[in-house]
Design a binder for this molecule. Sequence first.
Ligand SMILES: [Zn+2]
Length: 307
Amino acid sequence: MKRPSLLILSVLFSVFCLGISLFIKNAEAVGQAPVPHDASHPRNKTPLLKEELKMAHTVKQGETFMIQILHPRKGFDEGTAWLTGVKAPLFKQTNGSLQGVMPVKVNQKPGGYTFKIQNRDGKTLYESKVEVVNAHYSKQNIRVSSSMKGTQPESGELETIGKLKKETGGTRYWTVPFVAPTTDCMNSRFGNLRLHNGKFTGNYHKGIDLRSPQGRPIRATTGGTVKISRFYRLHGGTVGLDHGQGISSIYIHMSKLDVKPGEKVEKGQVIGRVGSTGFATGPHLHWGLYVNGLPVNPAQWVHPKRC
Ligand SMILES: [Zn+2]
């Protein structure tokens, strides 16, 4: 009569194994969530940072995470964070904290990277690992007409736009959450590798496209200063906003511009209308977001619905 008990034992054992594997699976899923950790996390190798630190240790390719040092000691009013050679300055905020925004390159190889916080003298106060995870961006083919193929940027166009992305003012005008520039659905994601008529362009989509009809009002996603408001040959009707402290945004292919360079804009203020100007296949809004010089996924900030 030993056989039935062996059978029961083996059934019990398989149930136990299944339980263990489910438990491990759950633990992995939780481990991948971008949950902020504080400085007391065991991955902190240089405990010179006595202040409380809030940041994520897991981030997707092309996304951004915020770094917040609460109650910095006297004299600690600026610093720099580093990840994969990308520099994020930390600015003193009105609530006394030090804050910065760290972008991750869209094509950064997934894996663990050293993250550092340095004071103004370059001394490392904090070091830990940040895990970059695959965002699984895809490919997108665009049918380009022969008349579109000849669209070239005008003189100074790329330089002015390049400057908007890299240079932002020291005053912070941005606050979270952002508002969507239009409430229409997203028909092209950030990070897609772009093909024109089936041929790789070597470029990826540096913003998101919202399938908005001609004339739809476009709103400033957060507060800022107007740096660009003009019609360009390649980008079409363009508004560029400097939100300060590392963040800028661009809205292109517009049919009408409602703001002037130098003007301050509030979050939600109408800055222009949707169009199909410049290198565009039809009316839509291309919205690009830049953090410390890198294009990042705007969908992380406003969560638009997919078309
Ligand atoms: Zn686009």
